[in-house]
Ligand binder design. Sequence first.
Ligand SMILES: Cc1cc2nc3c(=O)[nH]c(=O)nc-3n(C[C@H](O)[C@H](O)[C@H](O)COP(=O)(O)OP(=O)(O)OC[C@H]3O[C@@H](n4cnc5c(N)ncnc54)[C@H](O)[C@@H]3O)c2cc1C
Length: 470
Amino acid sequence: MRLDAAHRPHPALADARPEVFWLDDPGRPPALPPLTGSHRAELVVVGGGYAGLWSALRAKERDPACDVVLLEKDRCGDQGSGRNGGFASASLTHGFTNGVARWPEEMATLDRLGADNLAAIGAAVERYGIDCHWERTGELTVARAPHEVDELAGLATSLRSAGHDARLLTAEETQSRVASPTYQGGLFEPDATAMVEPARLAWGLRAACLELGVRIHEGSPGLGVARDGNGVRVTVPAGEVRAERAVLATNAFPPLLRRLRLMTVPVYDDALMTAPLSAAQRESVGWAAREGVGDAASMFHYYRLTRDDRVLWGGYDAVYHYASRIDPALEQAGPTHDLLAAQFFETFPHLEGLRFSHRWAGVIDTCTRFAAFYGTAYDGRVAYALGFTGLGVAATRFAADVMLDLLAGEDTERTRLRMVRERPVPFPPEPVRSVGVQLTRWSMGRADASGGRRNLWLRGLDRLGLGFDS
Ligand SMILES: Cc1cc2nc3c(=O)[nH]c(=O)nc-3n(C[C@H](O)[C@H](O)[C@H](O)COP(=O)(O)OP(=O)(O)OC[C@H]3O[C@@H](n4cnc5c(N)ncnc54)[C@H](O)[C@@H]3O)c2cc1C
């Protein structure tokens, strides 16, 4: 089903609150006061999503005496980190296929580092007592068209030859895990993914930072970064932080370094949350292992159960707005939500009658290689990591360690990686950027609808190692 087919408001959305489900939680911590006046620190972190919070936390874990200030423009965890699907993936490369295509000789190392990173997040959740329902459920990828069944078979072979536990499933086996008549096959990877409550993870990291002595200021947008003697200065509306080093972790938002402006584009990813399933509805979908589910299409859905057995249903229609516009008004895209609702009931026709309780969107920082890239500025005093695209829940922790290694000038296994040393190709400026992104999205939709056949445009991008994804 395509967007133009579903423009009438979907009745199941009639009472859905235009709010992020995960942030609509009495556990949301009160705001911390903004920074005023001039302050000194060893490390200043700009951005209070996972990347910034992990950077501050890892800096303290690596050196408890390190004096760290974190500046967040709004509230920590309000953006992507508090509004995502909660799929914490072991992949550091936005999926195995993307990693193998770009860094084949490093894949074994990247796989090991990614698995260690995921385990370390689980250990931190336990150590700091973060109540975020961390579940090592694994992930199920479902095929809903014959060409997707073939693609999953190829992927399973590649994954297994790289030592991963990847179990190819028939249509019946897939449907016996999660009951949808649309499934024609599946691939289950038990070790690939953990499920988490995203905002609670961010708030838990924030609490751990505070406990270790990080000074966090919310409502404190970093306006600029500049050289300051042997260090750097970050200014905010009512003050400044002068520090030896800085981490920039601003994701899809306008970067503080000019050179990064064409490196990412903000893309809106939309999600819906259902009301809790009744006992009968819960039984009708199976889903005993509570695994995260994604479909194998180019324009894919991701979905999962919550602690109270709602279904989060998101993805498909990644939307870019001209000139990289970011605006809270863009978070309530009626047609996109109507389409998502219709597609939900195509997948789960037996849940007809279920209503959605929440609808929202958030921005992701898409880059042309889909996996985060890293760098430094001001002679190594500033480090950044951007471009997580749609898979930063776990990769941001790894990125934090890379940034701290770079700031310390340390030669580590991480900083030696070609993945870390190389940069992606930038996006072109407008209006070419918009035309390119829309053409790519249109072509991806066509490929899904025509047996996976990629048109000339997509094949050209593939050859150049470029792309657009969510
Ligand atoms: C709907 C949706 C679903 C997703 N699902 C998944 C998923 O299931 N699995 C997955 O791995 N990934 C998913 N993602 C992506 C994932 O959420 C992100 O990759 C991850 O949260 C990135 O963390 P971050 O800290 O880099 O960015 P953010 O969480 O965006 O944090 C950046 C922070 O910086 C702040 N900031 C920006 N500019 C400034 C400034 N100048 N001064 C001070 N502060 C500033 C922002 O306010 C923000 O809080 C999803 C994203 C969305 C939107």
